[in-house]
Design a protein around this ligand. Structure first.
Ligand SMILES: NC(=O)c1ccc[n+]([C@@H]2O[C@H](COP(=O)([O-])OP(=O)(O)OC[C@H]3O[C@@H](n4cnc5c(N)ncnc54)[C@H](O)[C@@H]3O)[C@@H](O)[C@H]2O)c1
Ligand SMILES: CC(C)[C@H](C(=O)O)[C@@H](O)C(=O)O
Ligand SMILES: [Mg+2]
Length: 356
């Protein structure tokens, strides 16, 4: 079958990791007789340089016309001095809003072969870790009113955290549906001891839970949740939380997988459409050096095959290939430990293709 994928290489290590992910998709296409048609489109800093804006309309149109979107990363030092609404990162927020990608799924799984790269004590991670962060992606402080005003203390700037019932309900339903297919536990993370928006969040999540009597619901405040994730990560199955808490918690969760270079993500709209991207950024500190770990992006393509295209056997093939390459001791610098074989971005991609 033929699948159309809009591809945003982006900035920094984005083109490097996406390059390897496309090779993996090509390998899958050949083995399983599919056709993946890639439409490369511009977004982020490279789009600013090429056409003067971070999210050209042509990119939005191409993404909407595609069956799914693959994105590397956007942003970088070069554009850091631009005003907030002109920064490359706005492209990401614009795409999420335009494509109505309200549910961000970030699975943090510690592969057996990577136990040595996990910074947590062996007794804490024994038996493996498998957590999914379900992050609300088109609301909250990222999309609330923002601006500046004069105050007695000088110029003030503000960003408003706001959630409507329906926004909380649909992400809670996503989280509970996911928990039903997993270990039947949802931990909702908020700051309801302080924030009005969190009190609404907690009330709506509790109401949604009534439709899922088999699922255990627990509420944690964000500060405690951040601590518990390191102290006792096994208590978590599905974590559901708002936009900014989810951003922070998922980077923290990435470390229990060994590295941020391992964590994939799916940003889903209603239906099967989704944008797939690694959780990490453009990593300007290692860009262009063949040091980036392409596995987060490669595992994101597996999520694309599974969620949007319904190709679970092919998705399994990618995930198994990644596990085998790790089990054979091949490591990019971010997950390297003594005695392993150090490889670069390209070699890691080649090894995964060869395993498939
Ligand atoms: N989805 C996105 O496009 C996205 C996500 C996060 C940050 N950003 C942007 O990226 C830029 C850099 O942000 P940052 O430095 O805070 O976060 P980052 O995730 O880019 O990098 C943080 C650290 O992790 C390392 N790292 C990240 N990805 C890696 C990989 N695949 N392999 C090995 N090491 C990896 C980097 O070298 C760096 O030390 C900023 O402009 C930021 O806004 C973009
Ligand atoms: C780059 C930034 C806008 C983005 C976010 O905060 O959502 C990133 O950190 C992420 O996690 O996808
Ligand atoms: Mg982030």
């Amino acid at each position: 079958m033929k699948y159309n994928i809009a591809v945003i290489h982006g900035d920094g290590i984005g083109p490097e990791v996406v390059g390897e992910a496309l090779k993996v998709l090509d390998t899958i296409a050949e083995k399983y007789h599919h056709e993946f048609v890639y439409t490369p489109v511009l977004a982020g800093g490279c789009a600013i340089d090429a056409v003067g804006e971070c999210l050209p309309q042509a990119t939005i149109d191409a993404c909407k016309a595609a069956d799914a979107v693959l994105l590397g990363a956007v942003g970088g030092w070069k554009w850091d001095t631009l005003p907030g609404d002109k920064r490359p990162e706005r492209a990401l927020l614009g795409l999420r809003k335009e494509l109505e990608l309200f549910a961000n799924i970030r699975p943090a799984m510690l592969f057996d072969a990577l136990a040595d790269a996990c910074p947590l004590k062996p007794e804490i991670v024994e038996g493996g870790l498998d957590i999914v962060v379900v992050r609300e992606l088109t609301g909250g402080i990222y999309f609330g009113e923002r601006g500046t005003k004069d105050t007695e203390l000088g110029l003030a700037a503000y960003d408003v955290e706001q959630y409507a019932e329906e926004e909380v309900k649909r992400i809670a339903v996503t989280a509970f549906d996911m928990a039903m297919k997993r270990n039947k536990k949802v931990t909702s993370v908020d700051k309801a001891n302080v924030l009005e928006s969190s009190r609404l969040w907690r009330r709506v999540v509790t109401e949604v839970a009534k439709d899922y009597p088999e699922v255990t619901l627990e509420h944690l405040y964000i500060d405690n949740a951040a601590m518990q994730l390191v102290r006792n990560p096994k208590q978590f199955d599905v974590i559901v939380t708002g936009n900014i808490f989810g951003d922070i918690l998922s980077d923290e969760a990435s470390m229990i997988t060994g590295s941020i270079g391992m964590l994939p993500s799916a940003s889903l709209a209603k239906g099967n459409f989704g944008m797939y991207e690694p959780v990490h950024g453009s990593a300007p500190d290692i860009a262009g050096q063949d040091k980036a770990n392409p596995m987060a992006t490669i595992l994101s393509t597996a999520m694309m095959l599974r969620y949007t295209f319904g190709l679970s056997e092919e998705a399994d093939a990618i995930e198994n290939a990644v596990k085998t390459v790790l089990a054979k001791g091949y490591r990019t610098p971010d997950i390297y430990t003594e005695g392993m074989t150090l490889v670069g971005t390209k070699e890691a991609g080649r090894l995964i293709c060869a395993e498939i």
